[in-house]
Design a protein around this ligand. Structure first.
Ligand code: AGP
Ligand code: GLU
Length: 611
């Protein structure tokens, strides 16, 4: 993880870097630091959030028009001032910021120590900059060449930016496995882990590719690959609005993102679902569409919330397209020697498109001949680029660490995909197909209605905010929703929560139920409605406190549950898009009431680019 920002140009670099780092804090917030050049090369760094760094540099001379900055998510060495980036080289003539992991850092370090290098931190990243300096000294070569030679020797993932006292008009950036975007201004350049620190200055960007090295001066951007072959930078226009990365009056990004779901789902369906014309299409899936339609089985790989969306997709594809689906935790799949045949279909789901485990699972499947469909939110992300084809979510930037609008957009895209395949295979009748299209179009309005329950859900949250445990139970399409509800609660409020298939409860978790235990049932009217009523009774009989998400007009459960949350009804296969909304709001309010940092929960980061 980690966020990287760098600037070279004619403006004051420090404020640009600090502002950019704040935008990237979702990627990590263990420590922050900057390195600025003004005659000397000065590094300032501090444990904690970017605001701590801001306080620390208040009275320092930070005037400079070139600098690099970093917000860290620690992998090697605890979060403290010393392990914070940037790291100096031995001579203090170079400094580096690094995102990723250098796997062979230990052997490189031993080697360098034998050659007299002294290390201050426990990080792998510091080894990198000593190594570069060592190469430059021994080969008497340019910094650019030393960086290139170092990169041919390091094993692992990196996005780096290097600043040098000897080359005061130059930044060197490189990537392999971790993202880097270069913003192009007039007489100035920006470098960042994603486009959010850049968007207010320029909309022209170059996404650096793996194994590319960029040498950036105030007037020029030169990119070469690791074999030293010059590459032509591919300049793209950014399609992002500043408003989409600001809180716009909300207390937290998470609340903003929950509330904007009617819009994000609409954006996700724009041009793809037009019921009047019986039109359903995903423009990104063309060349390999037949592979998907004729797949004998589909393997879905993802992590966290995206994995939950994958579970919903299992129900969707099996129901609508009659294709068997296996949903895999990417981290397990990649190390399990999975059976993948030439032409098998893999769907990789990832909001960030940078999750290391998912990316590695894709590479493994690809090496065995699978066709990869990526479902990503971040345009140009590594997973999007590693896939053969795919569909973007178009949900807009998701900044809160807890994923909300990405989940609903993922389910929307996957529902569209499954419907297209089911229709083309002739498993869905024409009338059911048309009905599904109308149901899809009606989802944003229904989500809007579910969001109007906010005050009521806040009251329920207030009653249960001090609970130590929660159970979330659902069946069928609502089972993945139960898992997602539990994940949302634990990650932002630090309350232990488990999601379970409601009927599985009696095989173990029922032992946990007593008069203290809140049990959230997702019990909307569907195929398993009657069955789940029995499960509610079982919890009531053991004095558990039942909170039930039900369909509007529900009567039976209203009499049994202590609290009911009534959401609009929809086609069973689309229900997760609506039933998840109250669970997002419940976790949000509980976390706020417990004084937790909702947007940046402890120990977590938005995109997990390490194993
Ligand atoms: C969700 O709230 C999480 N913070 C996390 O589980 C996330 O979904 C997971 O890390 C996968 O991320 P991705 O979608 O960017 O691949
Ligand atoms: N490995 C580096 C560190 O621990 C960078 C971490 C990262 O990018 O996640 O400081």
């Amino acid at each position: 993880m980690c966020g990287i920002v760098a600037y070279i140009g004619y403006r004051e670099a420090c404020p640009i870097i600090i502002k950019g780092l704040k935008r990237l804090e979702y990627r990590g917030y263990d420590s922050a630091g900057v390195a600025l050049l003004n005659g000397s090369l000065n590094v300032y760094k501090k444990k904690g959030k970017v605001t701590e760094l801001e306080d620390f540099i208040k009275d320092k001379n930070v005037h400079s028009t070139i600098g690099i900055g970093h917000t860290r998510w620690a992998t090697h060495g605890e979060p403290n001032d010393v392990n914070a980036h940037p790291h100096y080289s031995s001579s203090k003539g170079l400094a580096i910021i690094h995102n990723g992991i250098i796997e062979n850092y230990a052997s490189l370090k031993t080697d360098l120590q034998m050659r007299g290098h002294k290390f201050l931190s426990e990080t792998d990243s510091e080894v990198f900059i000593h190594f570069i300096e060592d190469i430059q000294k021994h080969n008497q070569c340019s910094l650019e060449e030393a960086v290139r030679l170092a990169l041919t020797k390091v094993v692992g993932a990196y996005a780096i930016v290097i600043i040098s006292k000897e080359n005061p008009g130059q930044l060197i950036a490189a990537r392999k496995g971790s993202p880097l975007v270069i913003g192009i201004g007039k007489g100035e350049y920006y470098v960042a882990s994603d486009a959010t620190p850049i968007i207010e200055y320029t909309d022209e960007v170059v996404y650096l590719n793996d194994h590319e090295i960029a040498v950036i001066s105030r007037s020029n951007l030169a990119i070469k690959n690791i074999e030293d072959v010059p590459m032509t930078p591919y300049i793209q226009k950014l399609d992002m609005e500043l408003d989409s990365i600001e809180k716009s009056g909300y207390d937290h990004f998470m609340l903003k993102e929950i509330m904007e779901q009617p819009k994000s789902i609409t954006d996700c369906m724009r041009g793809r679902v037009i019921s009047q014309k019986a039109h359903l299409n995903l423009g990104g899936i063309q060349q390999y569409a037949n592979k998907l339609v004729n797949a004998e089985r589909i393997i879905i790989v993802a992590c966290g919330t995206s994995w939950h969306a994958g579970l919903v997709a299992e129900y969707l594809f099996e129901d609508l397209a009659r294709i068997p689906v296996e949903v895999e935790y990417a981290s397990e799949f990649r190390y399990r020697n999975p059976v993948i045949k030439e032409g098998d279909v893999v769907i990789a789901i990832s909001q960030s498109g940078e999750t290391a485990d998912t990316l590695a699972a894709i590479e493994l499947a690809k090496s065995k001949g699978a066709i990869i469909f990526g479902v990503c939110n971040v345009v140009g992300s590594s997973i999007a680029r590693a896939s053969h084809e795919g569909a973007y979510l178009h949900a807009g930037p998701e900044i809160g660490v807890a994923s909300t609008k990405a989940f609903t957009a993922q389910v929307t895209v996957l529902a569209i995909m499954a419907t297209i395949v089911g229709h083309r295979k002739g498993n869905i009748t024409e009338s059911k197909y048309r009905e599904l299209l109308v149901d899809l179009e009606n989802i944003p309005g229904k989500v809007e209605k579910a969001l109007q329950l906010n005050d009521k859900i806040k009251e329920i949250g207030n009653i249960f905010k001090d609970a130590r445990n929660f159970l979330y139970l659902g069946r069928g399409y609502n089972f993945p929703v139960a898992l997602e509800g539990a994940l949302k609660l634990k990650e932002i409020s630090y309350i232990h929560a488990e999601g379970y298939p409601a009927a599985e409860m009696k095989h173990g978790p029922i032992a946990l139920i007593d008069e203290q235990m809140p049990v959230v049932f997702i019990a909307t009217k569907d195929n398993s409605y009657e069955k789940i009523i029995s499960n509610i009774q079982e919890v009531r009989a053991r004095k558990g406190r039942v909170i039930a998400v039900v369909t509007e007009g529900e009567e039976l459960i209203t009499k049994m549950a202590e609290f009911v949350i009534e959401v609009p009804s929809t086609n069973e296969v689309l229900m997760p898009l609506i039933s998840v909304i109250p669970l997002q709001l419940l976790s949000y309010h509980i976390a706020v009431m417990r004084g937790c940092n909702v947007d940046q929960p402890r120990n977590l980061a938005k995109s997990v680019t390490v194993e």
